[in-house]
Design a protein around this ligand. Sequence first.
Ligand SMILES: NC(=O)c1ccc[n+]([C@@H]2O[C@H](COP(=O)([O-])OP(=O)(O)OC[C@H]3O[C@@H](n4cnc5c(N)ncnc54)[C@H](O)[C@@H]3O)[C@@H](O)[C@H]2O)c1
Length: 396
Amino acid sequence: MAKSRLASRQRRPGARALLLCQPFRPERGFGIFRPSQRSLMDKSALITGGCGFIGSSLAVALARAGWQVTCLDNLSRRGSELILERLREHGCGFVHADIRCPEDLAKVAQRGGVLIECSAEPSVLAGSRGELARGMLANNLVGALNCFELARERGMAVVFFSSSRVYPYDRINALRFEEVATRFELAEASAGVSRQGIDTGFSLEGRRSLYGATKLAGELVLQEYSAQFEVPAVINRCGVVAGPWQLGKVDQGVFTFWLAAHHFQRPLRYLGFGGTGKQVRDLLHVGDLAELVLRQLEHLGELRGEVFNAGGSTVANLSLQETTALCREITGSKVLVEPCLESRPADVVWYLTDNRKAQERFGWTPRRDARAILADTYAWLREHERELARVLGFDS
Ligand SMILES: NC(=O)c1ccc[n+]([C@@H]2O[C@H](COP(=O)([O-])OP(=O)(O)OC[C@H]3O[C@@H](n4cnc5c(N)ncnc54)[C@H](O)[C@@H]3O)[C@@H](O)[C@H]2O)c1
């Protein structure tokens, strides 16, 4: 009953926004369940967006490492309610709340420990249509500020998930690339960029999309909170993160989407950059990201808003053409992939993450290569085929 009421709210965006900004009442929705007490009391984490891909994966990793974890989510991402059962199985608590509403956040019981901010509209396209911009700003900017404020009031440290989208797209596309058989490759190193990828010293001058702007603004505010109010904080600028439990769409979670399209036999398109599918992204397994966060948590007391890049780098990266070939191999299925010259706003031709700063500071480097990441994601997709066909929109 509670589920269908929520689902019907989600079909009426205007009405939903109003309802979500009213104080949350447990009897009205999915409610609150408390974390199991088996975890250590001094290691407590509140994960906002904890029913999303990264949030829930971190919740499970932290719970396994003996943390007491509470996930907070408004369940706005299609399918995020599927993740509730997984959280419960791992002894994580849950609070149904909205980060845009300080009244909702006030219901969180936690004091001390860490707040891991993973609740956002994570698609770069979300803010590219004028009518959606305000909603994205409310989530990613106002929502993040509310989380930082909660952390300040309650004496919590903060881990913030930013994005490689803070790096200006015009600057990246203006680098010199060489077109080889299946991909574009960087032809020349310059300030902040080498064959290892883009590092945190890359210039931030230029346009980055509204989504990228919300992330950079969040970083700057968190650094001020850290400096002025002594909130321990760390910022991770992630490239594409991939792996099981990502409910991928074409504009976000491209590797799950590509695998799912092969599995469910749907045609695909190579968008932009000549329609050849030679644009390149690195991909980081969410388990490797969790490993980085666990290492950062050991040093949080010392961190004051430092920024790290986190991505698959030279260990795991693919062009779309190469992704198609790998998907064919892994799924055993072949689909039509058509060229399309139309390009997407703020898209980049190439992005690899230079992780060396995180490597030096935390001794961390990604372990899984592209084949391992796609194979792992596909095993999960097969296991949850029926629910995923509906959630990913492949059931019609
Ligand atoms: N996945 C990636 O490749 C990637 C890359 C770079 C940065 N990031 C960042 O990492 C974070 C997590 O991304 P993800 O891929 O897990 O996204 P996701 O969409 O899977 O998860 C986001 C979660 O936040 C929740 N949420 C959204 N608005 C909310 C609100 N107002 N109140 C409470 N909950 C809300 C959603 O219901 C969802 O469960 C985001 O900040 C994103 O920008 C992700």
